[in-house]
Ligand binder design. Sequence first.
Ligand code: ATP
Ligand code: MG
Length: 390
Amino acid sequence: MSGFIAPGATLGVMGGGQLGRMFVHAAQQMGYFTVVLDSDPASPAGLVAHHHVQTGYLDEQGLARLAERCAAITTEFENVPAAALQALATRRPVSPGAAAVAVCQDRAAEKRHFANCAVPCAPHALIETAAQLDAVPDHLLPGILKTTRMGYDGKGQARVGTRAELAAAWVALGGVSAVLEQRLPLAHEVSVIVVRGADGQIVHFPLQQNLHRDGILAVTQVPAPDVPPSLQQQAIEAAHRVAESLDYVGVLCVEFFVLQDGRLVANEMAPRPHNSGHYSVDACELSQFDLQVRAMTGAPLVAPRLHSPAVMLNLLGDLWFCADTLAPEVIREPDWARVLALPGVHLHQYGKTTPRPARKMGHLTVTAASAAQARAVAIEAAGLLGLPAF
Ligand code: ATP
Ligand code: MG
């Protein structure tokens, strides 16, 4: 096939976090060499890649070294500056492209894009000036104020009930560009991951049902236990439209809310593999990282069949601390041996040496012959680790 980058070539990734690490694993399994650009000498992906360019995202020499070394470049971190991706794209194929990533980096642009694709999202208002703050319509309260840029894992957000709280929260967020969203009555949270090739071919993973705690993903279940097939189909079609109209190349995740009245509303999207897709490594014929490699190398995209029902539990740094103290001297290793004694448990750790509360240290996927069995084992594993049931 034309434009296919065959195994033996070197693939590059911007960002050295756990998503980059799992991308590197998938690329290496297929026989590619890998290079990671990340300034952290101990980054999870840098530790396992063949080459590690230890510079910032906008370092010209670092970008030049990355481009020299590899045949194609992808990203694992959604806040890589668009300028860096543009600079790389003058020398090598970069997927996803800077323009698509820029839309995902800006909540206001993202919402405009959803609207252009006829995908509903939460009623909202852009707040960049004191006048816009004053002009916010009453029906957006109670709401959630979110910075337009750089938010993740619930950071850069504030729940506000009144106009006074809104004004105080905007000041506390630094008076930066922000979006006030109406707080919606959620029944469930779900996500859809699609993968699109440069030739326009597109495949998707089954819909994921996600449980968040304190704004951070805690549990993903696939198949989604509480979402009717027609709504699942609606979400999948919406995610396809979102990717197609961005002329997207690579892995894209769209997060949705299912409201208590049954409506589907888009929340946000991520221009990269997603935490809610980690189960695919153990439960699908091709993982989201395998398909990231295929999309950037021009390899055929094959629909990733779920071969086992799965439940994924995130392992946050909190697990390394005793419940009543965060003192570093009481860091202890969770009792992995007991968890690993359960059937169908796949433990993933990202090579991070310093546990911190709310830091994503790893995840655990439970696969089983039935969804009920996967759930039962996952609840048992959660209990052994001191995590709440779900
Ligand atoms: P991520 O880590 O997924 O990038 P984030 O920090 O960008 O997260 P959001 O996904 O916008 O944040 O919100 C985090 C969580 O807050 C959501 O998963 C949901 O539980 C809740 N939430 C966000 N917006 C709303 C809303 N409009 N109404 C009700 N709940 C909301
Ligand atoms: Mg989110």
